[in-house]
Design a protein around this ligand. Structure first.
Ligand SMILES: NC(=O)c1ccc[n+]([C@@H]2O[C@H](COP(=O)([O-])OP(=O)(O)OC[C@H]3O[C@@H](n4cnc5c(N)ncnc54)[C@H](OP(=O)(O)O)[C@@H]3O)[C@@H](O)[C@H]2O)c1
Length: 322
């Protein structure tokens, strides 16, 4: 496993982090706790030292599993969590104000609840689970996070940027008020590379690249016939003819597999790691087999400029809200 600096925090984090949404058991249906715990241990055995969870992932269940494993290990594991917006708006809407989404008392209470689920004294990184740059005009959210920092309950501050809107946090990055951002970055959505990543590099803000597999689309396992369990959120993400569209886009990527990346998941992760602004990539993984495949990609080999140039043509603009 190789390590990169998480922006101004100075944390040396594993290039492959552990995305712990799926193990929460809600949204993603079918996680088995025993397998999830084994996957977390396998990841740490392989050198993973960064785990991204959130209070809403199974209403504290993901945090409970993560805390159980972190407390059992002697390695230094960095744990990041997130404060859900009080008004439950994902993504944050243009009219949402700080008192609607992140009043200070809510930030404090949510963080304390996360620490209770994790049974830890301090979070390494606490993130606001949605963000709008308009909220820079009311810094009460920041005062709450700084108080948590002063009280020793969090070490660093971040935000998770709204899906497919990387530039909605550009002013925040330039303000240098935060330490890290989390953003969707994958072969289909390459938009953070345009303005967000250069700004993060310039202002020394760490980058957590989430959804490297486009929720499974970039694993090559989604076909028009794929079904998901009832109430699994992917029924919505891959609704209508989206599965057929994904299969078409994936078919056009298969010709790029070869000595540089033998499988689509490997290509997807290597694409993310190729950008120097990325501090860690967060694949969601619930099984030891997926952990093993994903950690193996952190071997120091970078995709060639030729292959990266070919991948640029595979960016895919979609409307997610139709
Ligand atoms: N708003 C936010 O802040 C936000 C939103 C979304 C995600 N996130 C974070 O980002 C993380 C990653 O995103 P995600 O989990 O939504 O999606 P993702 O990483 O793009 O895709 C996860 C899917 O890929 C599968 N997978 C993993 N490794 C594989 C491999 N080697 N071969 C084939 N399939 C593989 C997983 O299967 P299994 O689950 O069966 O292993 C799961 O179905 C989350 O866990 C969470 O920490 C944050």
């Amino acid at each position: 496993m190789r390590y990169r600096r998480l922006g101004r925090t100075g944390f040396q984090v594993s290039e492959i982090g552990f995305g712990a949404w799926g193990i929460g058991g809600s949204f993603w249906i079918g996680a088995q706790d025993a397998e999830s715990l084994a996957a977390l241990h396998a990841a740490i055995d392989a050198g993973v030292n960064f785990i991204d969870t959130a209070l809403v992932y199974g209403d504290g269940h993901s945090e409970t599993l993560v805390g159980q494993v972190v407390r059992a290990r002697s390695e230094r594991i960095y744990v990041a969590s997130k404060v859900p917006p009080l008004n439950g708006h994902w993504p944050a809407l243009p009219d949402d104000r700080v008192p609607d989404a992140f009043p200070p008392s809510h930030i404090i209470k949510s963080t304390e609840k996360s620490l209770r689920s994790l049974k830890l004294d301090c979070l390494d990184l606490q993130q606001l689970h949605v963000w709008r740059d308009e909220w820079l005009r009311d810094e009460s959210w920041l005062q709450a996070l700084l108080k948590l920092k002063a009280d020793g309950k969090i070490r660093a501050i971040g935000v998770s940027i709204n899906d497919h809107e990387p530039e909605s946090a550009l002013k925040l990055v330039r303000s240098e008020l935060i330490d890290a951002v989390q953003v969707i970055y994958n072969i289909f959505d390459q938009s953070p590379a345009q303005a967000l990543f250069p700004a993060c590099r310039q202002h020394d803000v760490g980058v957590l690249a989430r959804c490297p597999f486009d929720e499974g689309g970039l694993t090559g396992t989604i076909t028009p016939e794929t079904t998901f369990p009832v109430s699994d959120w992917r029924n919505d993400y891959f609704k209508g003819d989206r599965k057929a569209q994904v299969a078409e886009h994936v078919a056009s990527l298969m010709g790029l597999l070869g000595p540089e990346a033998h499988t689509l998941p490997e290509l997807a992760l290597r694409f993310c790691l190729a950008h120097s602004a990325v501090s860690t990539v967060l694949p969601g993984m619930r099984t030891q087999a997926h952990v093993r495949a994903n950690v193996a990609v952190s071997d120091g080999r970078r995709l060639s400029d030729t292959l990266l140039a070919s991948l640029e043509c595979h960016a895919w603009q979609r409307n997610f809200y139709d």
